[in-house]
Design a protein around this ligand. Structure first.
Ligand SMILES: *Cc1c(COP(=O)(O)O)cnc(C)c1O
Length: 368
């Protein structure tokens, strides 16, 4: 008898499954979610519309009314928009229609693990360029990699998860011009940087942009994301998306969230941006911590204490952060998402306690 697992692609068997620690805590700042719950007015209006909608019927084949709202929200033509069951679904769809054996995908690491995961499952190979010493994009090294390896797809997350750096437009334009392949920008966190590369779509037919409702839009539980690209490219990517990928609940809530973005969600995004700067400033004052400036709703923090120790100390105080110490270049770092002001105060108090105690113990040992 043969082992059924022998039928799995060898490169898939070598992969470690994409997982997340199942820990739970009252202050949950490990997944970059919006710390505030979806505003009540969005929920109420969505429920009202949903109760009138036939649940027994399939969703629209093309969610045209959502595409229209996404089009005006993003400032890009509706025939170049695809809504998906989370942006991860669309990242997978784009890679499915481009990647196979012998295809190369260029990424910049550390970054979101999914790009490498999906590329590998599809049989493609990864070309990886490291972020520079300041944990920013190394535009010169990316350019060199494009010229040397001629990647079929380049995927950059900007602002980057987990480091929060953004690729400057001038560098991106140079990469778009030099690249014979597609250049994909994952803008999951663009709302927190108040900057988007969408204005470049008109000029560059090899650019595709991904966005999500899971972060600024406070809808991670409903799974909505979208792709913005030239209509020709969007049509091809759409061939790998399953029919009725977006359920009616997600579709309706996404429409309401877009209609109410300015009044209900944007003020929350503004507060998160302010809190990010406060959190950065306060962490900087703690001896043993060096936070890295970020354009997103999270930041990595360099720690003199082992990040796994800090993770456990915080968890014992009911605070869940992300241990990123196994990522390339981040051995001494952990990542925190920006919480509500009260959550950030709890985090700061806990960090002061952990680091001050350690600093005191360290000094006592030194003087003995
Ligand atoms: C959170 C996140 C997403 C969102 O994925 P969804 O499937 O839309 O929830 C996409 N890209 C990155 C880099 C993220 O961090």
């Amino acid at each position: 008898m043969t082992d059924p697992l022998d039928k799995i692609k060898p490169r898939v068997r070598e992969l470690r499954a994409y997982t997340l620690s199942p820990d739970r805590a009252s202050v949950k700042i490990n997944q970059n979610e919006n710390p505030w719950e979806t505003p009540a007015r969005i929920k109420e209006e969505s429920l009202r519309r949903l109760s009138r909608r036939a649940w027994s019927r399939y969703p629209d084949f093309v969610p045209a009314s959502l595409h229209e709202r996404l089009s005006s929200f993003a400032g890009w033509r509706a025939d170049g928009v695809i809504a998906g069951n989370g942006s991860n679904e669309l990242i997978q769809a784009l890679l499915m229609v481009t990647v196979g054996e012998g295809k190369r995908v260029l990424i910049s690491e550390p970054t979101f693990a999914l790009y490498k995961q999906v590329t590998t499952v599809l049989g493609g190979s990864i070309v990886s360029v490291a972020l520079d010493e300041e944990l920013k994009f190394d535009a010169a090294a990316l350019m060199k990699a494009i010229e040397t390896f001629e990647p079929d797809v380049t995927i950059l997350c900007s602002p980057n998860n987990p480091t929060g750096c953004r690729i400057p437009d001038a560098d991106l334009i140079a990469l778009l011009k030099a690249s014979h392949g597609l250049v994909v920008i994952d803008e999951a966190y663009f709302e927190f940087s108040a900057h988007s590369v969408v204005p470049l779509l008109g000029e560059h037919r090899n650019l595709a942009v991904f966005r999500t409702f899971s972060k600024a839009m406070a809808m991670a539980g409903l799974r909505v994301g979208y792709l913005l690209a030239s209509p020709d490219l969007a049509r091809e990517v759409g061939k790998a998306v399953l029919p009725y990928n977006l359920n009616i609940v997600s579709q309706v809530v996404a429409e309401v969230a877009l209609e109410m973005y300015e009044s209900e969600l944007k003020p929350l995004v503004e507060r998160i941006r302010e809190e990010r700067e406060r959190l950065y400033g306060e962490m900087k004052k703690i001896e043993g911590l060096t936070p890295v400036p970020s354009q997103a709703n999270f930041m990595v923090v360099r720690s003199m204490l082992d990040p796994r120790f800090v993770f456990k100390e915080l968890l014992s105080r009911d605070i869940l952060v992300r241990d990123v110490s196994s990522y390339p270049k981040l051995k001494d770092y952990f990542r925190v998402s920006v919480g509500t002001p009260a959550e950030n105060d709890l985090l700061l108090a806990a960090l002061r306690e952990v680091f001050e105690r350690q600093n005191t113990e360290y000094r006592i040992q030194e003087s003995e």
